[in-house]
Ligand binder design. Structure first.
Ligand code: PMP
Length: 313
């Protein structure tokens, strides 16, 4: 079936910019993909567009179909947006306790919410999507196990980076890992061009408040990068993988620093930038280190990122 032309505008969008960002006078430059400029405000628009368009073309979904995803945030917002454009029903299944901004965004985009018990974490939400999908013959994009998640980044994000970065040279790619689709896809897509970037996993550590639910990122201080249930992120597929640990409070401070420099980003952007800057320092001034700024600041108003702004007069 042909894709709806009238309302679906995602195919009309250009690449997101790749900005060289230096936050300190003598600090390193990091090449940042401004993914917060995607329509729903996050890089997850790429996987929602890619997976749902493919499913549509293959005849798995059509107007009126039900799409279900387990996600504590960005992916559900993106799926709600694309489902709205394609005339489909979307149900987000998420653990109780997820921030209200996200719930409101999904509902505003026509999506429905089903909450699963907090103590079961994201795994409980995944199990519930499977149960509901069997009941209503729904379509499951399965961001945690669908290899098309990484393909979306390999075919689009990575190719854009190669076109945008001087000389098409990338020395390292750095990202936090939720599903791992961003890091894996960027690395694989860039490698296909003949570059051999060092893959770097930016990992938040020193969680000030222990997440109430292990392996579920929504309750952590850096939402999106701790889900631990990915079946597509296998370190053996990233030869030479390095891990750079960033303390939560440094990731949050870097997020606020990015905001003060005019980048309206969420918490995982600070994590990614801090790890990428560290990598750039290690590799020296000629290295071109790439990372992504995954999402926008608005979905964090009630979180710790905005604590200092709440106290200011
Ligand atoms: N940042 C945010 C805000 C996210 O929601 C996610 C994914 N849940 C990530 C980063 C990590 O991206 P990926 O799933 O591709 O590893």
């Amino acid at each position: 079936m042909k894709l709806p032309q009238l309302n679906a505008y995602l195919h009309l969008l250009g690449p997101t910019p790749l900005a060289p960002i230096r936050l300190e006078d003598e600090g390193p430059v990091v090449w940042c993909k401004l993914e917060f400029l995607n329509p729903s405000g996050s890089t997850k628009d790429r996987i929602a567009r890619h997976i749902l368009t493919k499913a549509w073309r293959e005849g798995h979904i059509r107007p009126g179909s039900v799409v279900l995803e387990a996600s504590s945030g960005s992916t559900s917002i993106a799926m709600a947006l694309v489902s709205a454009q394609f005339g489909m029903r979307f149900i987000a299944v998420m653990p109780e306790g997820v921030s209200n901004e996200r719930v409101l965004m999904i509902r505003a985009l026509g999506g429905e919410i089903r909450l699963t018990p907090k103590e079961l974490g994201i795994r409980g939400s995944i199990a519930e999507t499977e149960r509901l999908a069997a009941e209503c013959h729904g379509f499951l994009p399965c961001q945690f196990s669908n290899p098309e998640n990484a393909t979306a980044h390999a075919q689009a994000t990575a190719r854009e980076v190669l076109d945008q970065i001087p000389g098409g040279q990338v020395d390292a790619v750095v990202s936090g890992v939720g599903t791992g689709g961003t890091l894996l896809g960027l690395y694989q897509g860039i490698r296909e061009s003949g570059c051999e970037p060092i893959p770097v996993h930016a990992r938040p550590v020193d969680l000030g408040s222990t997440p109430e639910v292990e392996c579920c990122s929504f309750s952590s201080r850096i939402p999106g990068v701790l889900d631990c249930v990915s079946q597509i992120f296998r370190p053996e597929e990233l030869p030479g993988l390095q891990v750079i640990e960033v303390r939560d409070k440094d990731a949050l401070a870097t997020t606020r620093n990015l905001m003060r420099h005019g980048f309206p980003v969420g918490a995982s952007s600070g994590l990614n930038y801090a790890a990428a800057a560290e990598m750039a320092r290690r590799l020296g001034p000629t290295a071109q280190v790439v990372t992504v700024l995954p999402d926008r600041m608005e979905r964090y108003f009630t979180t710790e990122v905005f604590e200092p702004m709440r106290c200011a007069n």
